[in-house]
Structure formats: C-alpha cells, structure tokens
Design a protein around this ligand. Structure first.
Ligand code: EPU
Length: 336
C-alpha cells in the first residue's frame, strides 16, 4: 500500500527531532509499488528516508521523501552452517538483530541497538564494537526510478568502506534500497576484542549470543543518549584517518591517545570522540544544542533546536579540534 502526505511536520521522522516540514512524503509497503508511486506522483526531486537517524534537516524539505515500510524478515535458504536472510528496508535494525539472536544466528550481534532501519544499514555501512554491516551483507536489492529497473547489487558492487558505500557516492539520490540480504552463521564467531565487550560478556556468565547482545546493549545505553529522550544522530563526526607520521607525532605528545588500524596502508584511524573531549568540548553547550557529556562524538538537541543551530555547534567543534590538534574531522551525518 502507498500512503501519501502533503506539507507534513517531520520532527518525529528524524532522530534529532528538529522541527522542519516536508512538502510531500510517500510511504510504501512493497518494492513492487514503486513504479506506480513514481507514475502517480511524478516527483521531479525525491529522497529516500529511513528512520531519519543519520540525517540533519537544516531547512524544510522540497524533494519528495520516499519511506520504505516493508517490515518482513524471511529466511531464503538455510544449509549446514549458513542461513541467508532477506530483510525489508523498513525493518527496524535492532529487530533484525534480536530476531537473529533468538534463532542462534551469528554475524550481526555486535551491531545491537544501533538505531535506524535495515534500508539505511548499507548506506553508511553501520558499524560498532569491531563489526560492520558489510561483514554479513550479501546483496542489496534496489529500485532505480530513472530507468524503472529493479536491481540487485552484490556486496562487492556496494564498495563498502568505513562508514562508506556506493550509496553515498555514485548511487546517491539515484536508487531506493528495498531490501537487504544477509548471510548469518550457525557457528559461534564471537568478536569480543573491542573496549569493554569481553569484560561485560564475562560479567554475564560467558560467551553466548544472548550475553554478547546484552553486553553491547548495556555499553551503548551507558554512553549513548536515547534518541527518544535527547534528539541526536549517534556519532556526528567520523573518526579521522590520518597518515601514520601524523598519528606518531600526536602520540609523542599525547601517549594515551587511542589509535586504531585504518584498513589502509600507511594510515591510522584516530578517535574523534577523544580529540573533541581533549579539546575541552565534552558537555559543552550552546543554547539548546550541546556535545553529549558521556560521548563527545555525539551532538544533542537539548530541546527545540533547529538544524542550523546544530550545524553551528558542529563548526565550533571542528574548529576547536583543528586548533588543538591540527586535525580536520568530517561530519558523518547527512546534512540537508
Ligand atoms: N573517547 C573519549 N572521550 C569521549 C568519547 C570517546 O576519550 O567523549 C575515547 C574512548 O575512551 C575510546 C575512544 O575514544 O578510547 C573511542 O571511543 P568509543 O569506543 O566510544 O568509540 P568511537 O570511536 O567514539 C565508534 C563509532 C560508534 C560505535 C563505537 C563503538 C564512529 C564514527 N563511531 O565510536 O558508532 O558505537 O565506535 O564501536 O565510527 C555511530 O556511528 O553513530 C556510532 C555511535
């Protein structure tokens, strides 16, 4: 079914809860309805919107918002060690994780409690606690309005990287993701190497899918604000990837600075949260926006903020980090 709205308030459709309006918005339940939707409403400009968890609206939205609502999770194939699962773009990401953990399927448990919909997961290749969506994604099914074609991209064709994919580049604004296929495993493959994960899992009685999920949920709840209470979009900035020599020079000055392998030769990933924190910005407030007091990578709407105010704070944070460390941090959130 297609549901069509005009001139609607979208504060409850973005996790920052900024009060903007959309000229037109259409929800659809099934991929097969998309040709009809485009024929009936003929949007010149459009934008796919999931749960609005990684987007900051800085103005009212003119392009028609297209919202996938397919909430089906289905097993496509299960043989021996592997189960292939297709999830509709409208499935709540954490519902898929809970579904897989209940069925003893390994692969996405470290991504527990990440807010957002399944359709958005491949766009920024969501990641946390040493895992990324790309580790389990086999293919992405999509519709291309300009050609009227339905297509399936393999994981390799999605060009996944750290918070990166083809959907942020060549395919941006051209396709609507309708469902995502994941390969999950029946064989335990715990990834406990990140931060406090191992300790929290052991405190719950040892390694099991359920304990890993609970541990991760508990770590996230202790650091990251609940979007229902405090508007935010998770990490506002990406962790910067710098040349090894830059990281080395900083380490000589700040030996406790966290560093991570970047996956690229000669490059090191730094922790933007640490840089912002050490630049003295953790808990900083400017009117009704602020830097979260338990995780400096997260900007929060303290109540009634506009997208413009969040952006002003973001610029102040970027400038302070540049002044303190000579490092540029880029936004992770999609700014509109
Ligand atoms: N740190 C500080 N102060 C802070 C925040 C962090 O000193 O205010 C330090 C921490 O102590 C740690 C390091 O910085 O040594 C990294 O912090 P953390 O483990 O919290 O992770 P992160 O790099 O800040 C990334 C993801 C998060 C994900 C966590 C856990 C990005 C942009 N963010 O944050 O993802 O949950 O790792 O894996 O890569 C998101 O994308 O929205 C998100 C929340």
């Amino acid at each position: 079914m297609i549901r069509y709205f005009e001139d609607i308030e979208i504060a409850d459709r973005n996790s920052f809860h900024v009060r903007q309006r959309a000229a037109r918005l259409a929800e659809f339940d099934r991929a097969e309805e998309l040709p009809e939707l485009f024929a009936r409403y003929t949007p010149q400009e459009w934008l796919a919107l999931g749960g609005g968890n990684n987007i900051l609206f800085t103005r009212d939205v003119e392009p028609m918002l297209i919202v996938p609502c397919d909430k089906r999770i289905e097993v496509i194939e299960s043989n021996g060690d592997r189960t292939l699962v297709r999830a509709g773009a409208g499935v709540e990401w954490d519902d898929l994780v809970a579904w897989s953990v209940e069925r003893e399927l390994w692969g996405i448990e470290n991504l527990s409690l990440i807010p957002g919909k399944v359709g958005a997961a491949p766009v920024q290749n969501i990641g946390a606690y040493g895992a990324e969506a790309k580790d389990a994604i086999v293919s992405v099914e999509l519709y291309e309005p300009a050609t009227g074609e339905f297509r399936t991209l393999s994981a390799a064709e999605c060009h996944f990287g750290y918070r990166e994919s083809i959907f942020k580049h060549e395919a941006k604004g051209r396709v609507i993701i309708t469902s995502v296929c994941f390969e999950l495993s029946h064989t335990p493959a715990p990834r406990l190497g990140y931060g406090d994960v191992m300790r929290e899992v052991e405190a719950r009685g040892g390694v099991s899918l359920r304990n890993i999920r609970e541990a991760i949920c508990s770590i996230r709840r202790s650091k990251l604000p609940d979007t229902a209470v405090l508007g935010n979009a998770g990490s506002f900035f990406k962790n910067p990837i710098v040349e090894n020599c830059v990281a080395k020079a900083l380490l000589a000055k700040y030996p406790d600075m966290p560093t991570y392998p970047s996956g690229h030769e000669g490059m090191t990933k730094l922790a933007a949260g640490w840089l912002i924190d050490r630049a003295g910005m953790k808990g900083y407030r400017e009117g009704c926006v602020g830097v979260h007091d338990r995780q400096a990578l997260v900007l929060v709407n303290l109540g009634g903020a506009t997208g413009g105010e969040v952006m002003e704070l973001a610029r102040t944070v970027q400038q302070r980090v540049r002044e303190a460390f000579g490092i540029d941090i880029d936004t992770e959130v999609n700014i509109l």
